[in-house]
Design a protein around this ligand. Structure first.
Ligand SMILES: *[C@@H]1O[C@H](CO)[C@@H](O)[C@H](O)[C@H]1NC(C)=O
Ligand SMILES: *[C@@H]1O[C@H](CO)[C@@H](O)[C@H](O)[C@H]1NC(C)=O
Length: 341
């Protein structure tokens, strides 16, 4: 009798569990990790709350692959070889909160990518082959808190891409190919706390690129190609707690202007350069390899002395002119009047 009941129970479990996966009906977990799967399995139980398909051999996610999984909150697809997300492949995931697509081979995201993902809180896309992202790819991710796009091949993020993501707290773009941080890309990021832009190819930050980021705590810009930066770029950072800046491993041109910019940054109460001691000059040639903090005051010395020399020259010239004028007027006065009056 008990044996029959057990058989019945387990067969219910088996019937609604895809082959090669382990299903835990009591907790609604479906574990298909490392099963050499080449397709998203069918027959995933509809009550599943977490489906783990990581470390398989998926190359694409077919349309409607997750149809009917209304309870799904966490979907793990990392460490596959996914290079195609077919249209509608993520439809009916209205309540999904975490989507992990990291360590795959995605070169692009379909335009309808976010269509059903309005509840998503965390999206992991790091370690793919993404090159370019444009709206409306992310338009529906209105609740997203955490977006990881690190270690892709991203060269451009089109203006407006992130405009609907007003709840974003964490944005990782480390290890990409960005060369310009453009005005407007982050214009709606009122809640962004962490912005990681390290190890890109950034040589230019447009003057409004960081404006306004009133909640930012960390701005990572290590390992880029910055030689100069204008102080006004940082004026959009007005966090009530401090904003920590990471600026080392850039080929900074150490001149008086740079000295002044860093001087101003370090005077602003809410800005902190976390790695100031590690900032090394990339140029000019005579200063390459020296640390900015060791040069500090000296950078403006040449300029100060040039100003002094110029001032002295001007003063001398004026004195000379005055003396000359005086002499000539004196000699004029001593010339006898030719008319004899
Ligand atoms: C995916 O692969 C990376 C690199 O090999 C590894 O660091 C990571 O832990 C893996 N993740 C999972 C869920 O297997
Ligand atoms: C880095 O940016 C410069 C232009 O600022 C460009 O010429 C160069 O090709 C870029 N390098 C890479 C690896 O993308």
């Amino acid at each position: 009798m008990w044996w029959a009941a057990l058989l019945l129970l387990s067969s219910v479990g088996v019937a609604s569990c895809p082959g090669r996966c382990l299903c835990f009906p009591s907790s609604n977990l479906v574990n298909c990790q490392s099963r050499e799967l080449t397709r998203v399995p069918q027959r995933v139980p509809h009550g599943a709350w977490l489906v783990d398909l990581s470390r398989n051999r998926l190359t694409e996610v077919q349309g409607h692959a997750f149809t009917g999984l209304w309870s799904l909150r966490i979907l793990l697809l990392s460490n596959n070889s996914i290079h195609v997300l077919e249209p509608q492949s993520l439809s009916s995931l209205q309540f999904l909160e975490t989507l992990d697509l990291s360590f795959n081979r995605l070169e692009r995201l379909p335009p309808d990518f976010s269509q059903s993902l309005g509840s998503l809180l965390e999206l992991r896309l790091q370690h793919n082959l993404l090159v370019h992202l444009a709206p409306p790819t992310m338009d529906r991710l209105e609740n997203l808190r955490k977006l990881d796009l690190g270690h892709n091949l991203i060269r451009t993020l089109e203006a407006g891409l992130l405009n609907r993501l007003g709840h974003l707290r964490y944005l990782n773009l480390e290890g990409n190919r960005l060369s310009v941080l453009e005005d407007g890309l982050l214009a709606r990021q009122q809640r962004l706390e962490v912005l990681r832009l390290g190890h890109n190819n950034i040589s230019l930050m447009e003057s409004e690129a960081l404006a306004p980021l009133p909640a930012l705590n960390l701005l990572g810009l290590r390992g880029n190609r910055l030689e100069h930066v204008h102080f006004r770029v940082f004026l959009g950072l007005r966090s009530t707690s401090s904003t920590y800046l990471q600026l080392s491993f850039n080929p900074w041109t150490c001149d008086c202007e740079l000295h002044r910019v860093f001087g101003k940054i370090r005077h602003v109460r809410y800005l902190r350069v976390e790695d100031y001691e590690e900032i090394i000059c990339g140029g000019p040639a005579t200063l390459a390899g020296a640390s900015l903090s060791s040069l500090d005051g000296r950078l403006c010395l040449a300029e100060t002395s040039a100003v002094l020399v110029i001032t002295l020259t001007v003063v001398l010239a004026v004195i000379c002119a005055l003396v000359k004028a005086k002499r000539s007027s004196a000699s004029k006065r001593s010339v006898p009047d030719p008319l004899g009056n």
